[in-house]
Ligand binder design. Structure first.
Ligand SMILES: Cc1ncc(COP(=O)(O)O)c(C=O)c1O
Length: 400
């Protein structure tokens, strides 16, 4: 019956991170102990006071339709957060709360991109950027960086990619899948380029801002010359281990926020009321919680980088943020074991899944074929065991 489906849905790819997670659940259902390094969420739970706020919201009957853009108290809390933590001036009217940062991104992309518009995506990129651009009928163009530059693209490369069809630029810092984050002076370089093209807009996805090991998080919108062109995307999912609450938000020029409000008003309306009330607490959470969480991930980053840099065929860097390691693994291609040929990262991840019972995500999903993404949002013992198994698997692949 697929012939009846729209061209739109036929062109859309299934999220490969979700596909990999499903595969590992299938193996687990067969009783196989699979270590998953494939999921993009903290393994911590939401802070207690946030959970209390959610329970209180139920008891206080926050059960009616909320305003499309979010409760005024939440928009105010987010506006204050932008000021306090990022030095950004977004009035509450410039904030729109959505069902996860994913919906925030969808709102912006669908509100700005016309069919045929070019959208520059800094690669390696988070999977959904490309699919959302496709959904809007836009043409994606990639500016790609590899491990040798710590996955950083330069302002000059960005400048070169922009032409008269360019409408939007999308990137995340810290990045999923690489963990790379851009410094203030690097972002200033981008800002200088973007300011030359007033008809070009930029989405700065800062959802991993609080998982940054090397310094202060910097926002693109801080540079006055691009403030009117930048949409800052953020949310509570990664910072407060609240992925299931589904609350994301944007700060943007008012006309963009209004367009997104209109879009969201026809698709989902306002985000879940209980999650919004809990998010007021989350956004106002003391920085102590954030720094504790960050130091947990930092410790694991050291561990995982150390473990995997000592495995043959894995070329690693030291990621500055988020909770991913994105090693270059092409030295493992062109080998086979037990009838399983490994010619690309997809094959390699399947080999690791079948032979080592470790789930990772192939770099292809992020526009980076010679790489794999490992999430270290899991326990230290899992990370050690995963590295042990992968080492044995690699040994089989290369030397048997
Ligand atoms: C870079 C990036 N942006 C946005 C999101 C979406 O976040 P949310 O769970 O709030 O929809 C994710 C989640 O994996 C992400 O990695």
């Amino acid at each position: 019956m697929d012939q009846y489906l729209s061209e739109r849905i036929k062109k859309l790819s299934e999220s490969q991170t979700i596909a990999m997670a499903r595969r590992s659940r299938e193996l687990q259902a067969e009783g196989i102990d699979v270590i998953s390094l494939s999921l993009g969420e903290p393994d911590l739970n939401a802070p207690e006071h946030v959970k209390e706020a959610a329970k209180k919201a139920i008891d206080e009957d926050w059960s009616h339709y909320p305003p499309v853009a979010g409760y005024p108290e939440l928009r105010k809390a987010i506006s204050d957060k932008f000021k306090r933590q990022n030095g950004l001036n977004y009035s509450p009217e410039q904030i729109l709360v959505s069902t996860g940062a994913k919906q925030s991104l969808a709102n912006v992309i669908l509100s700005l991109v016309n069919p045929g518009d070019e959208v520059i995506i800094l690669a390696p990129y988070w999977v959904s950027y490309l699919e959302l651009v496709k959904l809007a009928g836009g043409k994606a163009k990639f500016v790609t960086a590899g491990i040798d530059t710590d996955f950083k693209s330069s302002a000059a490369e960005l400048d070169e990619a922009i032409n008269e069809d360019t409408k939007l630029i999308i990137f995340s810092s810290p990045s999923n899948p690489t963990g790379t984050y851009y410094t203030k002076s690097e972002l200033e370089g981008f800002a200088k380029v973007i300011a030359k093209y007033p008809n070009v807009f930029a989405i700065s996805d800062e959802i991993y801002e609080h998982i940054n090991f090397s310094g202060k998080h910097e926002s693109l919108a801080q540079f006055p010359e691009v403030y009117e062109q930048v949409i800052t995307v953020n949310g509570v999912s990664k910072a407060y281990a609240m992925t299931g609450y589904r609350i994301g938000y944007i700060g943007a020029p008012l006309w963009i926020t209004k367009a997104c409000d209109k879009m969201q008003g026809q698709i989902t309306s306002g985000a879940n009321t209980i999650a919004q009330r809990a998010s007021i607490e989350a956004v106002n959470t003391s920085e102590e919680w954030l720094s504790e969480m960050c130091s947990i991930f930092e410790k694991r980053r050291e561990l995982v980088t150390d473990l995997f840099s000592n495995i043959e065929g894995f070329k690693t860097n030291m990621p500055g943020g988020a909770f991913y390691l994105f090693p270059e693994v092409s030295a493992l291609f062109g080998h086979s074991f037990n009838g399983q040929e490994v010619n690309n990262s997809n094959d390699l991840c399947m080999f690791f899944m079948n032979e080592c019972h470790v789930a990772m995500v192939p770099g292809e999903a992020f526009g980076a074929p010679g790489y794999v993404r490992m999430s270290y949002a899991t326990s230290e013992s899992n990370l050690k065991e995963a590295a042990k198994r992968i080492k044995i698997g690699v040994e089989k692949l290369l030397h048997h």
